[in-house]
Design a protein around this ligand. Structure first.
Ligand SMILES: [Zn+2]
Length: 444
């Protein structure tokens, strides 16, 4: 008996952006067989076999599912909590799991079919196991959502990550932090055993309450150990880093993606460029809107002030990286402050700072997939790749802002399966199209 071949789906649209920073293709067809793209090209070049089901995306632009390299779906429940510092202690891990799924789905519904989640420290410890469980539930088809790439955190005592989401005086779970190369190797191995996809660490301070961004968070020896451990298990390493000294340490250690950057110098820029490392800029998190939302949701005045202080450096560093030819993969540091799902606003900032719209799109498609080490499977619309396809009403290569409009994201396909379909007479959604009003549950 021969095995039944999966049904073919042919998606048509007005134009196609393939993610490779090339001119758009007019009147395209994407032929999808099972989970993968079978063929893609102009309608005249692609024969649609009899019996294929047709998805007519009309005037839409077809493009790869978007990738956000830096989100925190476990973070800050400001959708239903007025004050995120209260939420840290009021929300149990069990309740938080529902928020994690909801946050991931909010991004998914906006065309982000892949999210790299950068974790969270909670009063119950790091969230690696919880996020791996969410990833696995999505992959198993139990709940709809984006593909999650989950990080495990390795951090030293008193580091930025140690202080980022937990108050200085809060008790830590044993094993929350580690010090010295062998203890950090052990911590990395624990996270790897839990099933994380990437090891995350921090080499400099950041914007945590009452900590300084320019303090060193690890010795070179410790960083080398963490990165070596990740690579030994064939996983990439990502490092939060705000300073040029930290950036030099990252290049030396072989860190795969440098997160944030913020401050830099010519030497660090040259070393990163020559090493071919990717940088994930996370500028949306530095926007006025994000800072204001932080203030509304309980951030201290000093944190708000310091976020505003570093803002110009973030934007300037981005421009320096871009003109130097550093490879950029899009990431937002979405932590609910700019609400989940508004990830594509990051691309608008890139365009405002000098990228073409097509270059910005490439940072969230091809480059992001490359930075994940998943370019063979994701990031561009090419035969053989997983069929992560979205249809957008409008032309993002002319106006990048169309990606921010939920009503314009008409179709979302992940691995050949349609999750959102606003083109059909019987539309399909992940999140209820008329959800009940969200309630702020800690308002007096
Ligand atoms: Zn982050």
């Amino acid at each position: 008996m021969t095995q039944a071949t999966p049904p073919l789906v042919a998606i048509r649209g007005r134009s196609l952006i393939d993610g490779r920073q090339r001119a758009a293709t007019a009147n395209p067809v994407i032929l999808v067989e099972g989970r993968r793209i079978k063929a893609v090209g102009a309608a005249g070049d692609i024969a649609i076999p009899d019996g294929s089901s047709i998805v007519d995306a009309g005037a839409c632009t077809l493009m790869p599912g978007l990738i956000d390299m830096h989100v925190h779906v476990a973070a800050f429940n400001c959708l239903t909590f007025q004050n995120y510092r209260v939420a840290t202690f009021e929300v149990s891990p069990q309740l938080q799991m529902f928020y994690c799924l909801y946050h991931a789905q909010l991004c998914f519904e906006m065309g982000f079919t892949t999210l790299r989640d950068m974790g969270r420290g909670t009063p119950y410890g790091a969230y690696t196991a919880e996020l791996c469980a969410l990833r696995d539930a999505i992959n198993a088809g139990v709940v709809p959502g984006p593909r999650l790439i989950v990080s495990g955190r390795t951090m030293i005592t008193g580091s930025h990550f140690d202080l980022l989401t937990l108050p200085r005086a809060a008790k830590r779970e044993p094993g929350f932090t580690a010090d010295g190369p062998y203890a950090l190797r052990s911590l990395a191995r624990e996270h790897l055993r839990t099933g994380c996809d990437v090891i995350k660490t921090c080499v400099s301070g950041g914007m945590a309450a009452r900590s300084e961004y320019d303090v060193r968070n690890m010795t070179q020896e410790e960083l080398n150990a963490v990165v070596d451990e990740a690579h030994a298990f064939r996983k990439p390493a990502a490092a939060h880093c705000f300073t040029p000294d930290g950036q030099r340490m990252c290049v030396e250690a072989g860190v795969d993606t440098i997160e944030h950057m913020v401050f830099t110098d010519d030497d660090a820029i040259a070393r990163i460029r020559d090493s071919g490392r990717y940088v994930v800029p996370t500028l949306l998190h530095r926007s006025d809107a994000a800072i204001e939302r932080r203030r509304e949701h309980g951030a201290s005045e000093s944190l708000v002030r310091r976020m505003k202080e570093i803002q110009p450096s973030c934007f300037e560093t981005f421009q320096r990286m871009r003109s130097a030819g550093i490879r950029i993969a899009m990431g937002t540091d979405m932590t609910i402050d700019p609400e989940m799902g508004q990830n594509a606003k990051e691309l608008e900032i890139y365009v405002r700072l000098g990228m073409s719209a097509m270059e910005a799109i490439t940072s969230a498609t091809r480059n992001a997939a490359d930075a994940l080490g998943m370019l063979r499977e994701l990031g561009t619309l090419e035969a053989g790749k997983l069929a992560d396809v979205i249809a957008v009403d409008g032309d993002p290569s002319q106006d990048i802002r169309v990606l921010q409009d939920r009503a314009r994201i008409k179709l979302i396909m992940k691995e050949g399966e349609i999750y959102v379909d606003k083109l059909s007479r019987e539309p399909k959604y992940v999140i209820h199209p008329q959800p009940a009003e969200r309630k702020i549950i800690d308002r007096l």
